[in-house]
Design a protein around this ligand. Structure first.
Ligand code: CTP
Length: 399
């Protein structure tokens, strides 16, 4: 996602410096060109060679580099960068950057860079919570920096509190948000549903399905990267909550109906990727149901159909997208649902097709509108998410 982008990674002298190695590696895996600048103190924690091996670029540590006198290194790097990322940042570097002090390679380069800047402070809780540090971070945010808050936990110094360097994967999300996508969904409110629902039978059992939530989560993540204000309403999944989304957790089809309809009128686009149970047990036992020697029959009743409800209460200009998971006659059945539920787009897939089943990282979909059918072939769920959002955006432009 970062092909053609240059990230300037500034690494400062704190114990979290070792985590910057993983961060550099994650950026390289996303095909970014990564240049690392280390402060003198950072070299006490990690060797520059580690970053050089990971990024295949010289790690810069010294303002007065006699090996390359022909280029004013810090200006060259500053001009090249699409993003400056200081991670981990010490209280000292935050203070210097907030006040324009540039007495080493890192601070001089950053002062000369005009690109977006992100800082991820990591330090002892008391240092982080000190009003001086807080003021400095606030000051940086006032200058347009994105400040990634540290997380709470057990710190290297033995204290417990806020100050831990976040998971490098989490920091990567900020880089992707800044660099990977055009913000063509900015200003739009998008609600996505994802995952399965669970319909209780008694206090220990429920009816559910195989949905992993991956497709809906990919849509929510990409929509947020593209600038939308995203709400993700999700059934139980094992997935990380996508960054930059408003997350609403639900369990049953009834919960989903309640949470979605409470928010639906404010949405520009609603995408219903959740695999909602169509039936639930008519009666939920208060006590665990005991077995007997005879067979058991469970009476079921219909759950509310949220998508159908949304289709019959559609707001002016709102776009509705549903999913149809089929095992045969895909186009015909999906088209029926498109009509019956008053949708603008339906994403059909046949679970029997290789690469399109539950829990996979790929999908094979057919995008169906009233007057078009597109089958883009097997793709990653992220790519499918991109196609769905592109299609909805083009429908929106057509009015
Ligand atoms: N849906 C919903 N509420 C339900 C059931 C489904 O909002 N109670 C939504 C799903 O999120 C999905 C679409 O409707 O976007 C699926 O349509 P549906 O006709 O329910 O598909 P199936 O459940 O597969 O129905 P059928 O058994 O008729 O094929």
């Amino acid at each position: 996602m970062l092909k053609g982008k240059t990230v300037l990674l500034g690494v400062c002298g704190g114990i979290a410096a070792y985590k910057a190695c993983e961060l550099a590696s994650l950026l390289v895996k996303q095909h970014a060109e990564v240049h690392v600048i280390m402060t003198k103190n950072a070299e006490e924690f990690v060797r520059p060679l580690t970053f050089e091996a990971l990024t295949k670029h010289r790690c810069v540590t010294d303002t007065f580099d006699r090996e390359h006198p022909e280029e004013v290194t810090h200006i060259a790097l500053a001009q090249k960068a699409d993003l400056v990322l200081i991670a981990p940042a010490t209280a000292n570097i935050a203070a210097k950057l907030a006040h324009g002090i540039c007495d080493d390679m890192m601070t001089s380069t950053v002062l000369a860079a005009r690109c977006p800047k992100v800082i991820a402070p990591a330090m002892n809780t008391n240092m982080y919570e000190n009003p001086v540090t807080q003021d400095n971070l606030e000051r940086l945010s006032g200058y347009g920096w994105t400040v990634i808050e540290p997380v709470s936990g057990l710190l290297a110094c033995g204290d417990t509190g806020k100050g831990k360097f976040p998971d490098p994967q989490f920091i990567l999300q900020y880089v992707l948000k800044e660099l990977a996508f055009e913000k063509d969904l900015a200003g739009l409110r998008v609600l996505v549903t994802a995952g399965p629902t669970r319909e209780a039978l008694d206090p220990v059992r429920y009816i559910t399905n195989h949905s992993s939530g991956k497709m809906g989560y990919a849509i929510a993540r990409i929509a947020a990267f593209r600038g939308a204000d995203v709400t993700l309403v999700s059934g139980p999944t094992a997935l990380e909550i996508p960054a930059f989304t408003n997350f609403v957790s639900i369990t049953s089809a009834e919960d989903l109906f309640r949470e979605v309809t409470a928010r639906s009128s404010a949405q520009d686009i609603i995408i219903k990727a959740a695999a909602v149970a169509d039936y639930r047990p008519s009666h939920v036992a208060d006590e665990k149901i005991r077995k007997s020697d005879s067979d058991m029959f469970i009476p079921l009743e219909r759950t509310p159909d949220t998508l159908r409800h949304l289709g019959s209460h559609k707001q002016e200009g709102q776009l509705l997208c549903g999913f149809a998971m089929e095992t045969s006659n895909l186009e015909e059945r999906a088209r029926e649902k498109l009509k019956k539920k008053n949708l603008d787009l339906i994403v059909g897939n046949n679970v029997k097709v290789p690469g399109a089943g539950f829990g996979t990282d790929t999908n094979v979909v057919t995008l169906i509108t009233e007057d078009s059918v597109e089958s883009p072939g097997i793709m990653s769920k992220e790519e499918v998410a991109g196609c769905i959002l592109d299609k909805l955006l083009s429908l929106r432009k057509q009015g």
